[in-house]
Design a protein around this ligand. Structure first.
Ligand code: PLP
Length: 406
């Protein structure tokens, strides 16, 4: 028998529907040069320091002395040490090597982590949300059926709109697992230490766990904004953090990420006993995963070399210049624009109260520009539209000129 939970999943509607509308438009307008600001994928090539390190790693693999077979499941020390020294120490976060788990992606990590938590856990997600958090919990059986808005029974949705600065209110009913993603995909919102601290206190008071997705921390420009949830006091007892080289260093096609599970994180057994989550995750990770490739880990470690840092910073600066151009252009045109300052996403209000999909169609037809309808990320995203800053600068510039001509 199949896992019936899969039958509860709403059809993967958003991106297939976008492709369908683009294909249909292109068929009727074969000469139109469509520019996509819809993709959540990077476009700049890898930093030279990363390439060099990987070429050397390839040579290692072809030599008698440098060959690497299975590596440690949790990742090579050379990468874990570089992460601790560069990503956490400078922010006064002390982590032990045993608290970092290297993987091949934050997408799978945010999904897989739930395996160590019972199916009765109530999960809370922001609305709009990165769909992976929701769909993977549906698959695991942690939800009921979806309603006509696509919202699943038993999930607590926390609306994020302009009215609350795209930061969720604390849940009013008990929840066990809270997914937070800051800088946020899709809204581009960030949170201060004070706000994160409220969530950490809530987790302490409710024996809840925060799953903190920091995939976009490298895009933060404001010095006041925390890059890691562990910059907040007390977070090490209640939070698990996800990081990825995908957006930071263009590893979407290469694959390398990591999860931080501090030794202090506790979850509770039915009898009330506190259990160390780190050891459960360690068991799960090493049982089901055989390690990220030596070559991509060598590439990831090079992101922390002096040249690697400079080069990846330059690439991020290109994307953030795109974000600034999108923000300024749309603001000048009178649109309500959010995000794009500490994140590569611009979240705009659709004009004249248009629905997300109506605006998608108008933009495609009049400007031949593609974005992502906000409602595709959740009900509270209706009336919003996502543009990404990951395009090529010349395309972004042209897209903004076309916006002006709508
Ligand atoms: C892109 C992205 C990730 C990174 O996923 P990888 O599997 O590491 O490529 C994680 N979380 C969010 C919200 C993202 O948008």
């Amino acid at each position: 028998m199949i896992n019936e939970n899969f039958l509860k999943l709403q059809a993967g509607y958003l991106f297939p529907e976008i492709s369908r509308r683009i294909r249909s438009f292109q068929a009727q307008n074969p000469d139109a040069k469509i520019i996509s600001l819809g993709i959540g994928d990077v476009t700049q090539p890898l930093a030279p320091a990363v390439l060099e390190a990987m070429k050397k790693a390839v040579d290692d693999m072809g030599s008698e002395t440098g060959f690497h077979g299975y590596g440690p499941e949790r990742g090579y020390d050379f990468l874990i040490e570089a992460i601790i020294e560069n990503d956490f120490k400078p922010r006064s976060v002390d982590l032990d090597k045993s608290e970092i788990f290297i993987s091949d992606g934050a997408k799978c990590d945010t999904a897989n982590i739930q395996e160590v938590f019972g199916v009765d856990n109530v999960i809370a997600v922001t609305d709009p949300v990165y769909p992976v958090y929701v769909d993977t919990n549906v698959m695991a059986g942690r939800t009921g059926q979806a309603n006509e808005n696509g919202q699943y029974d038993k999930i607590v949705y926390m609306p994020c709109t302009a009215e609350n600065d795209f930061t969720p209110e604390l849940p009013s009913s008990p929840v066990d697992i809270i997914y937070l993603c800051f800088p946020n995909n899709p809204t581009g919102a960030v949170v201060t230490k004070e706000i994160l601290s409220k969530w950490v206190d809530f987790a302490h008071g409710n024996k809840a766990i925060i799953l903190f997705d920091a995939a976009y921390e490298a895009f933060i420009t404001d010095r006041q904004i925390p890059h890691s949830i562990y910059e907040v006091e007390g977070a090490k007892e209640v939070a698990i953090e996800f990081r990825s080289f995908s957006k930071t260093a263009g590893f979407t096609g290469l694959r390398c990420a990591f999860t931080v599970v501090p030794k202090q994180v506790r979850a509770y057994a039915k009898d009330g006993g506190a259990v160390e989550v780190n050891s459960l995750w360690s068991r799960r990770h090493s049982t089901k995963f055989n390690g990220a490739s030596y070559i991509s880990q060598a590439g990831a470690a090079a992101v922390y070399s002096p040249d690697g840092k400079k080069q990846t910073r330059r690439i991020i600066d290109i994307y953030m210049a795109n974000a600034a151009l999108i923000r300024e252009s749309l603001t000048k045109l009178g649109y309500g624009v959010f995000g794009g300052v500490n994140a590569p996403y611009i979240w705009m209000k659709t004009p004249k109260g248009l629905s997300s999909w109506d605006f998608f169609d108008i933009l495609l037809q009049k400007a031949n520009v593609v974005g992502t309808p906000g409602v595709g990320f959740g009900r509270a995203g209706e009336g919003y539209f996502r543009l990404t800053a990951f395009g090529k600068p010349a395309d972004v510039k042209e897209a903004m000129e076309r916006f002006a001509a709508i």
